[in-house]
Design a protein around this ligand. Sequence first.
Ligand SMILES: [Zn+2]
Length: 307
Amino acid sequence: MKFPLVGNERLSATVGSMLSSNRIPHALLIEGESGSGKTELALYLCRAAVCENEDRPCGICDGCRLQKSGNHPDVTYIAPENDRKTISVNQVRDIITAASIRPQKSRRRVFVIDPGDSMTPQAQNALLKILEEPPESVVFIITAISKSAMLETVVSRCAVLTVSLPGELSATEYIASSLNRDREEIAEAYKAARGSIGRAINILKKKSASASAKAAENFVELLQNGSQYDLLKVLLPLEKDRAKTLEFYNALEVTVVSKLRSLSSPTLVKRYERLYSILISHKNLLKTNANLSLLLSSLAVEATAER
Ligand SMILES: [Zn+2]
């Protein structure tokens, strides 16, 4: 599995040598501003700590898979409970009790405290005791906006890893390699996300989901009186993008199902039921390597065939 953070070359080298020598410190503090990817790094290190292979984290062994599904018996995640904003001293006391139990499956027992800077000062003081003399097999992975948000005594017991937001060029290149969008759109989202890749990707996905929902509604409206050509005009912009096409079909399914619930005219019900079965079979074809232009034009033809 690759190091998860774009940019951050020096950090990547530090983490790489930590993992290849399998010397994971007992306490790691990951600092980085919101949206920088510190939780991703915390989970990556957590997976590496319970990985059963040399090339850790391999992503495929039992340890990695259990961690990924959130079911690893030796991994505990700690966050504020029940709508509270802080991690309480009682939660930390539970950690201390659990830390004394030997790991069941892995060589290590891992506690991920995220966000660690939500621990109250009392909670941090309670944690300090175990950080001073950590049990042999225990690893604490703690995140914070900045190490200055934590008690100095806690920081001094931790190896500190600093995550920086990537520069604009590497960030936009990364986004372009994972999402098929034009550069201008990516640059705009990146600006709106104030430098965070995760937020930029969310903005782009939301934008395209709402565009798909609009196109689906448009399509369904046109089905009543529009021509085949009108329908094609809605579909044509999709023909170069498989992911957008699938998103459109999903949105169309939702729109057609809700339309079917509200219709009473038997003719229209029949028409939309036909459309529903067409789009389900198209969705199956999309999973194969079906030609997009052919698929979309046949949707326009089939949808208007029996009007
Ligand atoms: Zn593994």
